[in-house]
Structures are given as structure tokens and as C-alpha cells.
Design a protein around this ligand. Structure first.
Ligand code: FAS
Ligand code: PHB
Length: 389
């Protein structure tokens, strides 16, 4: 088989890139390790930046997001026993859309099937080859047969544990990493959200987040020690702990229901540099990870796709390599700003085991400054809604 762009991974990065390429008449194939049902069981991000929403529209897959997504003009920080709202719309001129990554992925998968886009599921041992030369190709195994796909370019959209970054480990790849000494225990429940917007809580017992998926489905998180397991957390234990970390009025308004999903995710900041090796590109989580405190993971995948699609468009339609040559630097410039924001929100809102009294006083001072300074709130707002591409 031959294609112009071989895409490894059918998550948001791979699907969004595939949709844009197909729309531009650029042939592409997605190779995915698991099947559609497995991917759609994953519960991940929930907040879309304006840029991500616009890309989904550009790809022709934004209709359900606009119909069912929730437009949020603000977020609240909870500390000192009350909510402190940050007016995203007034301060940045933009809003965010609350729409689950699972639904965005479903929309892109459906869109791809409608457009006849080719996705090979259950592709094992996907391996990029000869991407430093003109003859790049990818191999994979399926039904006991090893297949080969010759291509012009390979987009490594296979996430943090994928094959793409591994394939370039020994080619001068630099790693920048920070691992946080805690995780997030997340619960999804079919119950009305406690508040009309998201609440990020800083509490002596630890961080908590009140998020949502719709008017009848909520997503909540509490910071937990890294050694905790999901089995240690019954629903009742979770709801009690969440209430204890919220302002009294909010806690009293909290409605609970049996969890339909419960999981613990570790937090890390990670960036690989560069993101291009000849004909192979690292895209989305394959190239970087952010702690979810800034709601940037999925949105950074979208901006990577934007830059790479522009480069591939230049190559195929304008006969120029300028966009491809610029991909890594352009993507990394925005990635590092989102890494900084995600790190700063994580540092501001969590309890760090190694922190002493001085660190906690600095956190309190920063929260106090943020609650009184429009300049500080504007900085949070413009980063939260997403910096320009
Ligand atoms: P993904 O990991 O989503 O997709 C990669 C795809 O490649 C997967 O389908 C995988 O099966 C496939 N793949 C992997 N290896 C392969 C191989 N060798 N061959 C073929 N296919 C392969 N972000 C937020 O903004 N907010 C959040 O709350 C949030 N919560 C998260 C919770 C968890 C547990 C995780 C892991 C991430 C979370 N994220 C969150 C970040 C997440 O949303 C990512 O940023 C987003 O999924 C990135 O999309 P992709 O780059 O497409 O990678
Ligand atoms: C979510 O809804 O899963 C979510 C929202 C905002 C975040 C992190 C997670 O910052």
C-alpha cells in the first residue's frame, strides 16, 4: 500500500490531522493499536480552547460540539472558604467550550467514516522506517501478517507510550521532565454539576476540581498521594473528601450519584525536543505531557496538528517545505508557554508533601494577589482560553 501521510494513532491528534488532510485531498491512513470501542471507553479531557473548537469546525466535525457543548465564560478558584471567579470572557474576549474528549473523538471517528477515511484498527507493532530519507515507510502486523505502507511523511500521533518517540530516542532527542508527587483521582457521575462553571480548589487537605460534561453529567477530581489505589476510594469516601475541600455553600449544594468511571492519573510535565526527524513528526502527547490543571493536554495536541497541517499543505499544494521545516520550532514555542501555565496552576493549587510553612504562605499570597489584581486574572484568563496559534 502507498499513502502520502501515514498517521500512527487514532486519538484526537491523529483523527484531527486525518480529517484536515482528507478535506485537503491529501491521502492518509491511520494505524491504531486498539479498536474504536476501546478508545471511546477512555475518559480524558473536558475543556476545549477556542482554537481547538475552530479546528474541529475547519475539519467539518464541530456540529455536535456546538449543539451539546457548554460555553463557559469564566472559572472559579476556591480558597479561604469562598469562590473567586475569573471572568474569562471580559478579560480575554474569549470563552471555552466544555465538551468531553470522548465525544470529540467519537465525532472525528464518525466524520472519518463518512468521508471514507482509512483507519486500520488492531494494528500491532507499528514501526516507522527510513524516515530520514525519501523512502519512508511503516510496517505493522495484523492477522498474523506483516504489512508495509510506503509514504511521504509519518505523523507520530500515538501518545506518550507510543512507538514514534521510541523510534527517535537515539537520534539526539532531548527530554525535559518534571514528575509531581501526587495524582488525581477522577470520578464521572450522572448527576447535575455543583456549579455552572468549573471550580479549582486549593485546600489544606489538597486540590479538588469540579468539572462537568453536560447539565446531567459531572466530572470531579481530588488530589491523592501517588501510592493511593482506586480500590481504596469508595464512592462515599470520595464524595466526603470532595465536600471537605469545597467552600461550605458549594459542598452543601453538591449532588452525588454512583460513579460510572473512577481512575487515578499521575501528573507530569514532559517535553521532547525536537519534534521532527526527517519525514517523521511527533504530535500531541507523543511529544509532550502537561498536568491537567491547566486543561491544556488535548488543546496542545490541536495546535500541533494546526502547525503540521499547515506545513503539509504548503508542501503538497504550494510546493514549499517552509511549513514543514518550521513545524518543530513553531509547535514548541506554544507548547512551552502551555507547560509554564500548567506548571504554575499546579504549583498554585496543590499541596506538596515537601512544602514547608514558607511555601504555603507564598501560595496564599499568590492566591490573594490573584483575587485582587485584574492584571493577574487577565494573565490566567488569556492562558486558560488558549494563547494565539
Ligand atoms: P492519545 O494518547 O489520546 O492517543 C494516542 C493513540 O495512539 C491512542 O488511541 C493509542 O491507542 C494509540 N497508540 C499508542 N501506541 C500506539 C502504537 N504503538 N501503534 C498504534 N497506535 C498506538 N488533557 C486535558 O486537557 N484535560 C484532562 O483532564 C486530561 N485528562 C487526562 C487523563 C489521562 C488518564 C490521560 C492519559 C490524559 C489526560 N489528558 C487530559 C491529556 C489527554 O487529553 C491528551 O492530551 C490527549 O489524549 C492527546 O491526544 P493524542 O495526542 O491523540 O494522544
Ligand atoms: C475535565 O473535565 O476532565 C477537566 C477539566 C479541566 C481541567 C482538567 C480536567 O483542568
Amino acid at each position: 500500500m502507498r499513502t502520502q501521510v501515514a498517521i500512527i494513532g487514532s486519538g484526537p491528534s491523529g483523527l484531527l490531522l486525518g480529517a484536515l488532510l482528507t478535506d485537503a485531498g491529501i491521502d492518509n491512513v491511520i494505524l491504531e493499536r486498539v479498536d474504536r470501542a476501546y478508545i471511546l471507553k477512555r475518559i480524558r479531557a473536558g475543556v476545549l480552547e477556542t482554537g481547538t473548537a475552530e479546528l474541529l469546525d475547519q475539519a467539518g466535525a464541530g456540529a455536535r460540539m456546538h449543539a451539546e457543548g457548554l460555553v463557559h465564560d469564566g472559572i472559579s478558584l476556591a480558597f479561604d472558604g469562598r469562590l473567586h471567579r475569573i471572568d474569562l470572557k471580559v478579560l480575554s474576549g474569549k470563552h471555552v467550550i466544555v465538551y468531553g474528549q470522548t465525544e470529540l473523538t467519537r465525532d472525528l471517528m464518525d466524520h472519518r467514516e463518512e468521508r471514507g477515511g482509512k483507519t486500520i484498527y488492531d494494528a500491532q507493532n507499528v514501526t516507522p522506517h527510513d524516515f530520514g530519507t525519501v523512502g519512508a515507510f511503516v510496517t505493522y502486523e495484523k492477522d498474523g501478517i506483516t504489512h508495509r505502507i510506503d509514504c511521504d511523511f509519518i505523523a507520530g500521533c500515538d501518545g506518550f507510550h507510543g512507538a514514534s518517540r521510541k523510534a527517535v530516542e537515539d537520534m539526539g532527542l532531548s527530554h525535559f521532565e518534571k514528575v509531581y508527587p501526587f495524582g488525581w483521582l477522577g470520578v464521572l457521575a450522572d448527576v447535575a454539576p455543583v456549579h455552572h462553571e468549573l471550580i479549582y480548589a486549593n485546600h489544606a487537605r489538597g486540590f479538588a476540581l469540579c468539572s462537568q460534561r453536560s447539565a446531567t453529567r459531572s466530572r470531579y477530581y481530588v488530589q491523592v498521594p501517588l501510592e493511593d489505589t482506586v480500590e481504596q476510594w469508595s464512592d462515599d469516601t470520595f464524595w466526603d473528601e470532595l465536600r471537605r475541600r469545597l467552600p461550605r455553600e458549594t459542598a452543601e449544594a453538591l449532588k452525588t450519584a454512583p460513579s460510572i468511571e473512577k481512575s487515578i492519573a499521575p501528573l507530569r510535565s514532559y517535553v521532547a525536543e525536537p519534534l521532527r526527524f526527517g519525514k517523521l513528526f511527533l504530535v500531541g502527547d507523543a511529544g509532550h505531557i502537561v498536568p491537567p490543571t491547566g486543561a491544556k493536554g488535548l488543546n496542545l495536541a490541536a495546535s500541533d496538528v494546526h502547525y503540521l497541517f499547515e506545513g503539509l499543505w504548503d508542501h503538497y499544494l504550494e510546493k514549499s517545505m517552509a511549513g514543514i521545516d518550521a513545524y518543530s520550532a513553531r509547535a514548541l514555542s506554544r507548547i512551552w508557554k502551555a507547560e509554564r501555565f500548567s506548571w504554575s496552576m499546579t504549583s498554585l493549587l496543590h499541596r506538596f508533601p515537601a512544602h514547608g510553612e514558607f511555601d504555603r504562605k507564598v501560595q496564599e499570597a499568590e492566591l490573594d494577589y490573584l483575587s485582587h489584581s485584574l492584571a493577574a486574572q487577565t494573565s490566567v484568563a488569556e492562558n486558560y482560553v488558549g494563547l494565539a496559534y
